[in-house]
Design a protein around this ligand. Structure first.
Ligand code: HEM
Length: 427
């Protein structure tokens, strides 16, 4: 088919899907469709409650399944009879963006995940602490100088971008370019929204391919202690040439669109609960990590992965056929009253009974979680130490997305007219 023909076919599929979602949500009140529309995106939690009230595992109008139950979501994510793509499907399709092993089943998933694992071990991540503290200090110096700033664009977004470009070994001079294209690709985690978006994705993907290709060749010749150099040193038995680029892109973007929302959602919840913000400011070292964990549970940055049955499975007394999908609403599972007392209450002093599912579970459990936890904990601790007078200074604008959840804009005031004092790194 010609390029124009392909574009028309793609656009009619995309806009056809949008129209049927709007009909199913607004007219038939289908909860899964409602989650994809503006009201569900603004506040999905009542929709999750409705789904859970219908049972732990509920059939969808399109012949699949959905669950907002902690027990069922955890069981599906851990069950090896489910995968991230159907048993007989090949690589990513033409409308999909190849996100490496995030979208692979074993054995390819196991092989590629193993290759990336060492860079994100708890020990390796602990070694990044000083660099993260320096970055947070620099960002707060700059952001706080005027007495007010946008928490998302001036702080929560640049932090993970700076950290991951640094860990990958992207030279400073190129990091803006990598970040620009990576952000466009990260936006596809929530699906492709328009033909224009699809074109931007294609262009960004081509640009990243070029940039990573150059960097990869450089690190083969002159290796350093960074992730790309380690990948470049891997043998042909571990990774095929065509698998390298998607793997680099996954590592670049997986942290962008997620950690930014963890920091944004934490600050939003804390400033909305001033007593808990004051508690954090009174003891940032003890409470920052707890505030991060409670935010991951209460307002998860990733809301809905899904899994497909690779063979017949019985689940919660129901028979699932191969090829049927289960949408695991982890944002809803994390507020399941069967797993947590007062699940809709934000409480940084909570003694958790169940591990939240914000980083998923089973073999796809987030590889970058030690890094995400460290970045967010340092960000909250230093924010509380340096800007205890922080308050919201204008309306928050949420991202209009359903897989990813967080603020897009959040004006804050430091409560001071002069720049707050810098705290030396290493504390
Ligand atoms: C708050 C921040 C983050 C959240 C909430 C988050 C969440 C998740 C979730 C839910 C999954 C699994 C999706 C599924 O089960 O289908 C996942 C996978 C993954 N994450 Fe994260 N993530 C975060 C930060 C990061 C960071 C900083 C990195 C690394 C730079 C990263 C790298 C990955 C990778 C490589 C996978 C694929 C794992 C696999 O398929 O085996 N993530 N993440």
């Amino acid at each position: 088919m010609s390029d124009v023909g392909q574009a028309i076919a793609f656009a009619s599929r995309l806009y056809g899907q949008r129209a049927s979602t709007a009909y199913a949500g607004y007219v038939r009140r289908d909860p899964l469709a409602l989650l994809r529309l503006r009201p569900g995106r603004a506040n999905p939690y009542p929709v999750y409650d409705r789904i859970r009230a219908g049972g732990r595992l509920v059939p969808t109008p399109l012949g699949n399944w959905v669950s907002a139950s902690y027990r069922v979501c955890d069981a599906v994510l851990r069950n090896r009879r489910f995968g991230v793509r159907p048993a007989d499907s090949g690589a990513a399709g033409p409308d999909e963006f190849d996100l490496s092993f995030l979208e692979m089943n074993p054995p390819d998933h196991t092989r590629l995940r193993r290759l990336a694992l060492p860079a994100f071990s708890p020990r390796a991540v602990a070694g990044y602490q000083d660099r993260i503290e320096r970055t947070v200090n620099d960002l707060l110096d700059r952001a706080g100088a005027a007495g007010g700033f946008d928490l998302v664009t001036a702080f929560a977004a640049p932090l993970p971008i700076t950290v991951i470009t640094d860990l990958l070994g992207i030279p400073d001079a190129d990091s803006r370019e990598f970040a620009r294209y990576g952000t466009v690709i990260g936006s596809a985690l929530d699906g492709i929204t328009s033909l224009r978006h699809a074109r931007q994705l294609q262009a960004s993907s081509a640009a990243l391919e070029r940039l990573f290709g150059k960097l990869f060749a450089l690190r083969q010749r002159e290796p350093r202690d960074d992730i790309i150099s380690h990948l470049a040193a891997a043998g042909a038995d571990q990774v095929e040439p065509g698998e390298i680029l998607p793997l680099c892109v996954l590592l670049l973007v997986a942290g962008f669109e997620t950690t930014v929302n963890l920091i944004g959602n934490s600050v939003l919840a804390l400033l909305g609960h001033p007593r808990q913000w004051r508690d954090l400011c009174a003891d940032p070292t003890a409470l920052a990590a707890k505030a991060v964990e409670e935010t991951l549970r209460y307002d998860s940055p990733v809301q809905l992965p899904s899994r497909v049955a690779l063979e017949s499975v019985e689940l919660d007394g129901k028979a699932l056929a191969p090829g049927q999908w289960v949408v695991t609403l982890i944002g809803g599972a994390n507020r399941d009253p069967e797993a947590y007392d007062n699940p809709g209450t934000f409480d940084i002093h909570r003694v958790a009974v169940a591990d939240h599912l914000a980083f998923s579970s089973g073999i796809h459990y987030c590889l970058g979680q030690p890094l995400a936890r460290l970045e967010a904990t340092i960000a909250l601790r230093m924010l509380a130490e340096r800007m205890p007078g922080l308050s919201q200074a204008g309306p928050v604008r949420r991202r209009n997305t359903s897989t990813i959840r967080g603020p897009a804009r959040m004006p804050v005031s430091t409560g001071r007219t002069r720049a707050p004092q810098r705290i030396p790194a290493g504390r």
